[in-house]
Design a protein around this ligand. Structure first.
Ligand code: ATP
Ligand code: LTN
Length: 342
């Protein structure tokens, strides 16, 4: 009897190699990537072209790209199961981004809230910062990704990617799969420890007490969580109330790291004598989860040649998928593709 095999769903996501990867990146995005690679076909990309939309020190950027790739491996991305690669190593991303830029109405980009907030703080925002979401759409559409696991802050960018794909399909014929965002109910927006009304972010990640980085030592993690801003009450509950945002954030982190359901989490704190006990338990859960990641990361960073080899294999595998697609995209818009580029 022949078995009909349904093709595995394809998952793609990306992370910027700027700043220090933190607990929010892990719980909002990377933990989902690791889980997805068991049943689905995962493609995970270190988006260095996105990082240069704001100035990056060239030498530091090179180190950050390796460091980010090493952290993804340390978190459990398996290079045998998934394709792990650096965006700029696959030229098709830049080519597709240009073609899609020419199909994207300016108004769609000017509406992006991330652009508005990032450009507002800059005297001279680059054109790249405006067209950043088009490059992101290119990353996704080039691989016909079915699912894109991300944190909540990327929701608007994913809607835009779908709009760009839909418009292109309408103008030039079916070319792209419309990607679905995969955004968790819990963990999609991990808040800052020093301000639970703001998202934990790489850009502010170096401020004392803001974030826990995946490379932080045990003592630093404990100190950051001990100082986490909560409220003046005593109630340990999951809550949407902005007053309780600090406690809700701590419980969410604990839930995701222990894999327990809400009820079991609350049971663990039924006897707690205040937020001190809560913070201690959360700190231990974070320390225990991050320690093996940090140790694997340090080992991987000790062998840059092996890291580069893994990334070269990843780029080859990504190219094999992206190359035929960019040829199709070019042909659709009427660009000729000479034999040398086939
Ligand atoms: P920045 O704040 O400087 O823009 P970032 O911390 O958002 O950086 P990215 O590389 O842009 O980092 O994001 C990588 C992934 O992590 C994305 O899917 C993003 O949605 C997710 N993510 C980032 N911050 C959080 C957070 N606080 N909670 C949950 N997910 C997050
Ligand atoms: N813009 C995203 C990173 C990103 C991405 C992607 C996410 C670039 N390309 C493709 C998902 C799919 C961010 O800043 N977090």
């Amino acid at each position: 009897m022949t078995e009909s095999k349904t093709p595995r769903r394809r998952v793609l996501s990306g992370i910027q190699p700027s700043g220090r990867m933190h607990l929010g990146n892990y719980l909002g995005a990377v933990q989902q990537w690791v889980q997805a690679q068991e049943e689905k076909e995962g493609l995970y990309c270190v988006v260095d072209l996105h990082a240069i939309t704001v100035y990056q020190d060239p030498e530091e950027l090179e180190e950050q790209v390796r460091g980010t790739a090493a952290l993804l491996l340390a978190c459990g991305i398996d290079p045998e199961k998934s394709v792990l690669f650096v965006q700029s190593h696959v030229r098709a991303h830049s080519e597709a981004a240009w073609i899609l830029n020419c199909q994207t109405p300016l108004g769609w980009l000017e509406r992006m809230t991330q652009f508005k907030s990032k450009a507002a703080n800059k005297e001279r925002a680059s054109a790249g910062l405006l067209t950043y979401p088009v490059l992101q759409a290119a990353d996704i559409l080039l691989y016909d990704a079915d699912e894109v696991p991300v944190g909540d802050d990327q929701r608007q960018h994913l809607e835009l990617a779908r709009d760009i794909a839909g418009r292109f399909n309408h103008l030039y014929g079916e070319t792209f799969v419309l990607p679905e965002p995969v955004i968790r109910k819990f963990g999609a927006r991990i808040m800052a420890f020093d301000n639970p009304t703001a998202k934990m972010s790489k850009s502010s990640g170096d401020a004392q007490g803001h974030a826990v980085a995946l490379t932080d030592e045990d003592a630093k993690i404990r100190k950051t969580i001990k100082r986490a801003v909560t409220d003046s009450g005593r109630e340990i509950v999951f809550s949407e109330d902005p007053e309780k945002a600090g406690v809700n954030n701590l419980l969410t982190i604990y839930k995701l790291l222990t894999g327990k359901d809400q009820e079991a989490v609350l049971k663990d704190f039924a006897e707690a004598r205040g937020y001190g006990d809560l913070k201690k338990a959360v700190a231990e859960a974070v320390v225990e989860s991050i320690r093996p990641i940090r140790e694997r990361y340090e080992r991987l960073m000790g062998d840059p040649a092996e890291l580069d080899r893994l990334l070269a294999v990843g780029a080859d595998r990504a190219r094999a998928l992206a190359e035929p697609k960019i040829i199709q995209i070019k042909e659709r818009v009427g660009l000729t593709v000479p034999a040398a580029l086939r």
